[in-house]
Design a binder for this molecule. Structure first.
Ligand code: ZN
Length: 126
């Protein structure tokens, strides 16, 4: 979910929390894919013939591809969330994450926000 849409729907803190949860779900998927790779390699031991072996190799390749995708997604979500979190402190009163969306660009990654405490406005860019 884009930053602007997330702030509009849930508020900054909830958006950030959801990004972290979604990112860590991808990390769990990465781990499960790693288990799948090892299971396929272990399954290759007892195979007879090229057809069974090819099946295990395809399973391992699928798990490797899905695992790499999930790891990349995990890192991307975490990096985006941390980048926004470092800019979520009001420069004037130092309140963290207490902000309202004022406007955003078309991509939803550059937003202008306003502090709920003091009304100061600033930009957050991802
Ligand atoms: Zn403020």
């Amino acid at each position: 979910m884009r930053l602007a849409e997330g702030i509009r729907r849930h508020g900054f803190r909830k958006w950030y929390e959801r990004q972290l949860l979604q990112g860590h779900a991808h990390l769990v998927l990465t781990f499960l894919c790693l288990v799948g790779i090892f299971a396929a390699l272990e399954g290759m031991r007892g195979t007879v013939g090229w057809a069974e072996r090819a099946e295990e190799i395809l399973t391992a390749l699928f798990c490797a591809g899905a695992g790499l995708w999930a790891l990349r997604r995990y890192l991307s979500l975490l990096q985006g969330a941390e980048l926004a979190a470092h800019q979520a402190e009001c420069p004037q009163c130092k309140a963290y994450g207490r902000l309202d969306l004022v406007q955003s660009d078309a991509s939803g990654d550059r937003v202008t926000v306003r502090c709920r405490g003091c009304g100061h406005g600033w930009r957050i860019e991802m």
